[in-house]
Design a protein around this ligand. Structure first.
Ligand code: LCS
Length: 391
């Protein structure tokens, strides 16, 4: 069957899968570090890149390769590289693109460690401007002669603001720079940045792609030439994922479409509930029709996902509310079956200096909710009883 033309769910299950050698119905876990060469001449051909072959799992592993082929298919890329964490994927992608004396434009709202990575780049002679990429004109104005890369998340962690992938890609390409998009929150089920002209997509596969909160993982998707460079970087930096973790993510990805539909449906109901509650000031969910970026959401996303940001009216209510929850789990991470809730200012974004994070909208009153796939009445019931304890 031509999987390129098959529907998303069929591709999520079958793309890349390689079972023909043994008849195994699921992809086996090749839990090995090295691979045996047939003979010295074979070793010379494989080591010299004249023949494809497995050498050592830091570079290529058959189980991980299936994961790479599956995500490349789903994101409409030519190739992909799997890494041990989302941060390993982001750093391998960035290190494969930029060098000393380059300039990078990054959105000011990024997952805390991604932000911190870009701050640290100055130690390597790379100049980074943090701006609000929500407004494409800001990106245009931030360009310098040596700008090589524009990096953003859409929706952004944790404020849920969106960036117009197509508009920013057009601006960057006119100026000889590339656009990297972190697609963790949407997954390829709801958003395919490469189809909106982005050059590279990165993921924390720890989140929705794996979906069960039991492994870390990261992915880079792009054209074959870029992935070749990234694989070279990864071999030197050493970010290879373990075959077992690749297998867990592969297993998770097979149910991605049905999980995402449920996350989306539950989050919409929860966002509508939160909007009506008097203890709450603002609810930011791209699927709410009065969200200022609703039109952009509809243009570049086919669903709105499971992530919601909201602010309580009173800062003092934050800890009372969080401590009163019984079903929603107080934990970082996101995108798993269970509903997770956290306080960005003291948790995921504690590394961002206070003044900056407040300027970016990561205030002390902001709460981030990763709506799970439990019965939505139970999620809402738990939020309601905890909100009732505040004030
Ligand atoms: N990109 C985004 C958008 C993320 O949310 C995260 C992690 C990463 C990249 C890094 O991925 P990792 O290395 O953890 O696989 N976000 C987390 C969060 O919001 N809470 O804990 C981790």
């Amino acid at each position: 069957m031509n999987l390129k033309k098959a529907g998303f769910s069929t591709r999520a299950i079958h793309a890349g899968e390689r079972t023909e050698e043994t008849g195994s119905v699921t992809t086996p876990i090749f839990q090995t570090a090295p691979f045996e060469f047939k003979n010295a001449a074979h070793a010379a051909r494989v080591m010299g890149g004249k023949e494809k072959g497995y050498i050592y799992s830091r570079g290529l592993n058959p189980t991980t390769e299936v994961l790479e082929e599956k995500i490349a298919n789903l994101e409409y890329g030519e190739a992909a590289l799997a890494q041990t964490t989302g941060m390993a994927a982001i750093s391998a992608a960035v290190f494969s693109k930029i060098k000393a004396n380059d300039h990078v434009i990054a959105d000011e709202v990024l997952y805390g460690n991604t932000y911190d990575l870009f701050v640290d780049l100055k130690n390597f002679g790379v100049n980074v401007s943090f701006i609000d990429t929500t407004y494409p004109e800001n990106v245009e104005n931030a360009f310098m002669k040596n700008t090589k890369l524009v990096f953003f998340e859409t929706p952004a962690n944790p404020t849920m603001k969106l960036t117009d992938i197509h508009a920013v890609s057009d601006i960057a390409h006119d100026r000889n720079a590339e656009v990297f998009v972190d697609n963790t929150f949407m997954t390829p089920y709801f958003q395919q940045p490469l189809l909106h002209s982005a050059d590279v997509v990165v993921h924390s596969a720890t989140k929705y792609l794996n979906g069960h909160g039991d492994t870390l993982g990261g992915l880079i998707i792009s054209n074959s030439e870029f992935i070749k460079k990234a694989r070279h970087t990864s071999k030197n930096v050493g970010g290879a994922i373990s075959p077992f973790n690749s297998w867990l993510i592969l297993r998770g990805m097979k149910t991605l479409p049905i999980r995402m539909d449920r996350h989306n449906e539950n989050a919409m109901a929860v966002a509508k509930f939160l909007k009506m509650n008097e203890r709450i000031d603002k609810v930011i969910y791209p699927g709410l029709a009065d969200n200022p970026q609703y039109d952009l959401a509809r243009k570049q996303m086919s669903g709105f996902g499971g992530m919601i940001a909201f602010t309580l009216k009173e800062k003092a209510d934050v800890s009372v509310f969080l401590d009163s929850l019984k079903l929603c789990t107080l934990a970082v991470s996101l995108g798993e079956t269970a509903t997770l809730i956290q306080h960005p200012a003291t948790m995921t974004h504690a590394v961002v200096p206070k003044e900056e994070r407040i300027r970016y909208g990561i205030t002390d009153e902001l709460i981030r909710l990763s709506v799970g796939i439990e019965d939505v009445s139970d999620i809402i019931g738990d939020l309601e009883q905890a909100l009732d304890k505040t004030g």
